[in-house]
Design a binder for this molecule. Structure first.
Ligand code: AGP
Length: 608
């Protein structure tokens, strides 16, 4: 999704802005631009396409003069990707420049009103109305003007604003999309995400919703919408630069696949004490936990797929009904949730607009919310009733891998923790679950050691046009993730089906050479899935089976197999997902796809 950067200090701003934008490339974008103030005028440079175009046009930023500036990478929502629609956007007289993440939902209405007052527009974007509104309403005080236009803007936004006559400051404001301010020595920074400024400073302020910051070279003042000064406490970013670098790997995705043992280990290790799962982050009493009649899970994409796995696990262990909702649908379906419903919100970024809205809806209906989030201090983490952080470290590749695995680890811990309180787990099972949980990182490593074999399999399969992932029960939940991983980075059409459902229609698509990836890690349903393998093979499909080491029937049934170590039933997804990630990665690589930033996608989707 779009990225914002800003700089004010003693150095030339252009090169700093371009370098910071490079650090945000992973978020996905289709044009980029910068604006600086040379003390007399605002200078805007922007280009369609990748950052290298902007770098070429500005000689790596050196051509734009001034020691204050803002920059942007745009992921098109309103108006095609083009130089005109790229940010920053200027007001008519060139006095205001704006970069914007988010969406202004009522921009047509605002554009109409401003046009009626003689203001002409140059782009098709919603953002340009903000620059025009600022100029139109400017009353001699920047903060007052920003406060005045905020209620006029419906939707979500994070803004970086510059005013021609005020070369000593950048104004930042947010409602919805995240913004951070990097604190330096005689220089300060603005960014929508930490990696943009990590090589410059580790001390940051996170701007909360409806806060306005005036960022100068030697001061940062934050106001609320009544213009009261807000005292902010600085946060120190602990992760190393390596975490945000490729560290010798060709792609972030491969690096992050390989980091999964660590991500799972870090997520569980501090939460298992003396053989017990201890979730200090949860403030619910045992009585409250017992009082829940149902569990509601809301999330998007891969996080939703973790939710589907969770449904099988929670229902199996807790014997309570679990609903998993695609977050974008939840709010608008008049959902049946109340104070007897526990809502679990899953999100890597903690900023996904659909998930956030779904959480608010659940809270409005009286439901207690527990968020499972990776990004510390993100909106969902802060606004949920409780938060359990996954400790996967920063995830850069658009396709999630290590965050998915860390989320699964939290789900297992929640199942064990709740199961114990509800009296649904006997002590022997409890011990077994905990010991399997602790063994997961090493077992994941065993699968990572097979990466070369899986690469070899990928080399034979990358030219397929259609792929079906099938599985039953928890393997079906897993096949959803396998299918998404493959299609999002390799652009191969792929679908996930419950293995028994295929024959009710979709099997008509199977023909000679269709690739079917059959997941059958769950022992109890292994034979049934093997029958489904035979059904598709007899219609010409080539079947790659993924199952456990002891599954001889699968080895005999499938055309080729990838076998994973055994673990307890509920934790099989943590192992089975790994070969699917590696397979998707190498298939995309053999196809020459842009793996870390796939077309049309963004790392964190902050618009509804
Ligand atoms: C997964 O590979 C995707 N990039 C996407 O589906 C992602 O999981 C989804 O957008 C949710 O993001 P979140 O976890 O940051 O809320």
């Amino acid at each position: 999704m779009c990225g914002i950067v800003g700089y004010i200090g003693d150095h030339q701003a252009g090169p700093v802005l371009v370098q910071s934008l490079e650090k945000l490339e992973y978020r996905g974008y289709d044009s980029a631009g910068v604006c600086t103030n040379d003390g007399q005028k605002l200078i805007v440079e922007k280009e369609k396409g990748k950052l290298k175009e902007l770098k070429k046009a500005t000689d790596d930023g050196k051509k734009v003069q001034g020691t204050v500036g803002i920059g942007h990478t745009r992921w098109a929502t309103h108006g095609e990707p083009s130089k005109i629609n790229a940010h920053p956007h200027l007001s008519s007289s060139g006095s205001f420049a704006v970069v914007h993440n988010g969406i202004i939902e009522n921009y047509m209405e605002l554009k109409h009103e401003l046009s009626a007052n003689g203001i002409s527009f140059h782009s098709s974007t919603d953002t340009e109305v903000i620059a025009q509104l600022l100029e139109y309403h400017y009353n001699g005080d920047l903060v007052d003007t920003v406060i005045k236009i905020m209620p006029l803007l419906k939707g979500s936004y994070a803004l970086g604003i510059m005013y021609r006559e005020a070369p000593d400051k950048i104004i930042a404001v947010r409602k919805g999309s995240p913004l951070i301010i990097g604190i330096g020595e005689n220089e300060n920074y603005l960014a929508s995400d930490v990696p943009a400024i990590l090589d410059k400073t580790r001390k940051i302020y996170r701007l909360a919703a409806n806060e306005i910051a005036v960022i100068k070279r030697d001061s940062i003042t934050v106001y609320d919408t009544d213009k009261n000064v807000v005292e902010k406490s600085a946060e120190t970013i602990e992760w190393s630069m390596d975490a945000a670098e490729k560290d010798g790997y060709e792609h972030f995705m491969l690096k992050e696949i390989m980091e999964q043992p660590k991500a799972v280990y870090n997520t569980i290790i501090e939460r298992i004490k003396d053989g017990r799962v201890v979730l200090d982050e949860i403030h619910l009493t045992a009585e409250q936990i017992k009082s829940f009649e149902k569990i509601n899970i809301v999330a998007c994409g891969s996080a939703y797929h973790v939710g589907v796995v969770a449904k099988y696990i929670f229902e199996k262990i807790l014997r309570k009904p679990v609903e998993v909702n695609v977050a974008s649908e939840f709010k608008y379906s008049d959902p049946i949730v109340d104070e007897k419903t526990l809502t679990i919100v899953i999100s890597q970024s903690g900023e996904t607009a659909d998930t956030k809205e779904a959480m608010y809806e659940a809270q409005r209906k009286g439901s207690y919310t527990i968020a499972v989030v990776n990004v510390v201090g993100s909106a969902i983490a802060v606004e949920a009733n409780d938060v359990i952080y996954t400790l996967a470290g920063p995830e850069i590749a658009v396709a999630t891998t290590k965050a998915y695995s860390a989320q699964l680890a939290v789900i297992y811990m929640l199942a064990i923790y709740f199961g114990d309180i509800l009296g649904k787990i006997n002590q022997e099972d409890y011990r077994n679950y905990v010991s399997e949980l602790l063994a997961l990182p090493e077992k994941i490593k065993l699968i990572l050691n097979k990466a070369e074999d899986i690469k070899n399999t990928a080399s034979k399969l990358f030219a397929r046009k259609d792929v079906f992932f099938i599985g039953r029960n928890i393997d079906y939940a897993l096949s959803l993730e396998g299918s998404l991983k493959l299609k999002e980075i390799s652009y191969i059409h792929s679908e996930a089906y419950a293995a028994g459902e295929l024959k009710h229609g979709t099997i008509s698509l199977i023909e000679k050479g269709t690739l079917v990836i059959a997941l059958t890690t769950y022992e109890d349903l292994h034979e049934k899935t093997c029958s489904n393998i035979k059904e598709v093979q007899s219609r010409g499909a080539y079947v790659l089976g993924i199952g456990c080491e002891n599954m001889q029937l699968l080895v005999r049934s499938a055309d080729s197999t990838i076998l994973i170590p055994k673990t307890c039933d509920i934790m099989l997804p943590s192992l089975a997902v790994v070969p699917m990630q590696i397979l998707a990665y190498y298939i995309a690589r053999f196809k020459g796809c842009e793996i870390d930033t796939p077309r049309n996608l963004a790392k964190s989707v902050t618009v509804e």
